[in-house]
Design a protein around this ligand. Structure first.
Ligand SMILES: [Mg+2]
Length: 200
């Protein structure tokens, strides 16, 4: 199947990287990823919040290149590609940091169809030519399901509170970690085989 894969919070552990940089820069700051229960969690100690802190850090290509991958991302994306699925990177990161993003994907051996990768900044991820989306942002997951496609929410502390509501949709699945992703993809693949191609 053609699978659109988000970068931040799915392949790259951007929040851990940003918080670790902030802890190193500010003695009074001690927050960790598990405390980020909203995608734009307030960080009053620093007079900012998570989203602008991420955008500031990600404006540095060196920061992008050194980001740690999410646990299991390399192993299980490789497994999906080995099983014949096509992975397309679909990220809301700005165009300007896509070259550093591709260097990072290559350095970490994460399989993807580079020529089809997209920056969807300011747009809906449904513009991607894919049957499945893997993302950590509930808004994109909802859009994809509303477009009649399937979506896998990659569970993170900042979307946990929405898992139950989202997965009430028959088109939305939740993966607690990367190891669970291939099982979900296989069941969607088998269902699509039974139904036959949608465009036929
Ligand atoms: Mg994301």
């Amino acid at each position: 199947m053609r699978i659109a894969v988000d970068v931040d919070g799915v392949l790259a552990d951007h929040v851990s990287a940003v918080l670790s940089q902030l802890r190193a820069e500010h003695d009074e700051f001690a927050k960790v990823k598990s405390e980020m229960t909203h995608w734009d969690e307030p960080l009053p100690e620093l007079d900012t919040s998570l989203k602008p802190a991420i955008e500031a850090a990600e404006s540095e290509p060196a920061f992008i290149r050194n980001m740690p991958p999410v646990e299991g991302a390399i192993e299980w994306t490789t497994e999906l590609a080995d099983r014949g699925h096509e992975l397309i990177i679909v990220t809301a990161r700005p165009e300007a940091i896509l070259p550093a993003t591709h260097e990072w994907l290559e350095a970490n051996d994460i399989p993807n169809r580079r020529e089809e990768s997209l920056s969807t900044r300011g747009e809906m991820k449904t513009i991607a030519d894919a049957e499945i989306l893997i993302d950590d942002f509930p808004g994109h997951i909802r859009d994809f399901a509303a477009a009649g496609k399937e979506a896998i929410l990659f569970v993170q502390p900042w979307n946990k509170s929405e898992v139950d509501e989202l997965t009430e949709s028959p088109r939305i699945f939740a993966a607690e970690d990367w190891e669970q992703v291939p099982t979900i993809v296989e069941s969607l693949y088998e269902a699509s085989e039974r139904e036959g191609p949608r465009d036929a």
